[in-house]
Design a protein around this ligand. Structure first.
Ligand code: ZN
Length: 95
């Protein structure tokens, strides 16, 4: 029985759709973490309030530099509270 010699198309992967992305506000930065402002197209659970971060809502994704797979999606205000809680909140300078 002839075997189909199907070639593995290789490691081609469709490119991830470009997502809107911008730098996080300065107050949101935390040493050791990559914090980004993202408008997601998926739902996530915010570890701050344990509620859903709804798709399409601009929020923050917090990525530990040494464990990028442990990224978490936070409501912007929940991340602000978290930073306050751990004493790392730097309020934005007055304009
Ligand atoms: Zn939240």
């Amino acid at each position: 029985m002839p075997r189909k010699n199907r070639r593995n198309p290789g490691s081609f992967q469709p490119q991830e759709a470009p997502r809107p992305r911008s730098a996080a506000p300065e107050w949101a930065e935390l040493p050791g973490y990559d914090v980004r402002h993202v408008g997601g197209e998926k739902e996530y659970r915010c570890p701050g309030c344990d509620h859903i971060v709804r798709a399409g809502i601009w929020h923050l994704v917090v990525i530990p530099l040494d464990a990028p797979e442990e990224r978490r999606h936070w409501h912007t205000e929940c991340w602000r509270k978290e930073l306050r809680r751990i004493g790392a909140y730097r309020p934005p300078p007055p304009q």
